[in-house]
Ligand binder design. Structure first.
Ligand code: COA
Length: 374
């Protein structure tokens, strides 16, 4: 018996597909490179959730609805103000996503209007809640969404209280596209299990956020930045890598359960990082990262260990002024599109998840009275 359900299909899905040997990722059959070049995050979210690229009118309506729902209720803001400023932003996001359900709970899963409103509200509210907590924990009031700015630019505006550079905003939008969906990973599985009970979508997203928060899943890009800071200089890279290999310690940002070549998202993110540095300034950690990739490829490439999505994303987020402990909430902001697509897909042919187990405990044990226990 091997724990972890490795290789066990948990659902049939037409949302995304990974070919780990060839390094291919497709959303609804469209290659990720194509979407990164030509699409926007909201258009990609529409594609994932409704299965087809929207027409011009459908996209305009969807964008309008999301923009109209970006403000969060003042009682949610007040609730968030009561959270400890030292709390992890992922815990805040999980609690806030669940709280949305208190305000909009009238569950009506057979009603397409309910489904549409829930999708729009979750996509629209999560960036506002993420940015609000970053300001609140510093003692500032949250910034109202900017009506003239699109999804990505508005998030950066709410975070920094100033309109972002358009190149930086576009780069951030592409980061959201790259993180929007990735087949049956732990948080998506968690979303589908929760969805299968026919609970509301806010509970589905809250459970997925809780699952994404763990260091084995969404947290690796934070660790990459900490590792690059610890290494400090390109000359320290080789000894660091050799030491990790010798100790059998995992090098953060490398290796993947599915990809045995360089993650296609890492390639795109590396190009974005270079574009961003050219625009807003060089980052010495990029030199360390490049040297690291060279040494790891030389030493571990033959075992199929290459850079994954988390290796370059942290460098991009850092340059965009996003705090390290907000990297995973930003990941969640993007992945909510994938979770909602899986929620909708799960509802179509729902069957509650009820796996079996391999029992390895005792049988026919006696109940010993408390006074007689040793
Ligand atoms: N650094 C060094 N060695 C690594 C490694 C890494 N990042 N990832 C895998 N390996 C090695 C293991 O030590 C193991 O070696 P062995 O066969 O000599 O014992 C072999 O490769 C297989 O490792 P295993 O842990 O079974 O692979 P996996 O498919 O379960 O691991 C990850 C996938 C992602 C969990 C793993 O690569 C990892 O922990 N990477 C670092 C964290 C990270 O970046 N996570 C984000 C993923 S998107």
């Amino acid at each position: 018996f091997k724990p972890g359900l490795d290789g066990v299909p948990a659902a049939q899905s037409s949302i995304s597909n990974v070919d780990g040997q060839k390094g291919i990722l497709e959303y609804r059959g469209i290659r990720i490179e194509e979407l990164a070049k030509k699409s926007t995050f909201l258009e990609t979210a529409y594609l994932l959730i409704w299965g087809e690229l929207p027409s011009k009118e459908e996209l305009a309506l969807f964008e309008y609805e999301v923009h109209q729902n970006r403000r969060i209720k003042y009682r949610i803001r007040d609730m968030m103000k009561c959270f400890p400023e030292s709390g992890h932003p992922m815990d805040v996001l999980q609690a806030s996503a669940a709280a949305l359900g208190l305000f909009y709970s009238r569950r009506d899963l057979n009603n397409p209007v309910y489904i549409r409103n829930a999708v729009v509200r979750l996509l629209a509210s999560i960036p506002t809640m993420v940015a609000a907590f970053e300001l609140m924990r510093r003692g500032d009031d949250p910034v109202r969404p900017h009506d003239d700015l699109d999804y990505a630019a508005n998030f950066l505006y709410m975070l920094h209280e100033e309109k972002p550079d358009p190149v930086a905003a576009r780069i951030f939008d592409v980061c959201l596209i790259l993180h929007a969906e990735h087949t049956m990973n732990a948080s998506t599985f968690s979303a589908r299990v929760t969805a299968s009970t026919l609970t509301d979508p806010y509970a589905v997203v809250a459970s997925a956020v809780g699952t994404l928060g763990g260091p084995l899943h969404g947290g690796a890009n934070e660790e990459v930045i900490r590792m690059l800071e610890e290494i400090g200089s390109t000359k320290n890279v080789r000894p660091y890598v050799l030491d990790c290999i010798q100790r059998k310690a995992k090098i953060m940002g490398f290796g993947h359960r599915v990809y045995k070549v360089k993650d296609p998202r890492a390639k795109i993110l590396q190009n974005l990082a270079e574009e961003l540095f050219a625009k807003v300034g060089y980052d010495k950690y990029y030199d360390i990262a490049q040297e690291m990739e060279r040494v790891v490829e030389e030493k571990l490439g033959p075992k199929g260990i290459y850079a994954n999505v988390d290796f370059y994303s942290g460098l991009v987020y850092r340059k965009l002024g996003i705090s390290t402990d907000f990297f995973t909430p930003v990941f969640a902001m993007a992945r909510v599109a994938g979770w909602l697509a899986h929620w909708k897909e799960q509802l179509v042919q729902n069957r509650i998840f009820r796996p079996s187990q391999v029992y390895n405990g005792r049988h026919n044990a006696n109940y010993v009275h408390i006074t007689e226990r040793t």
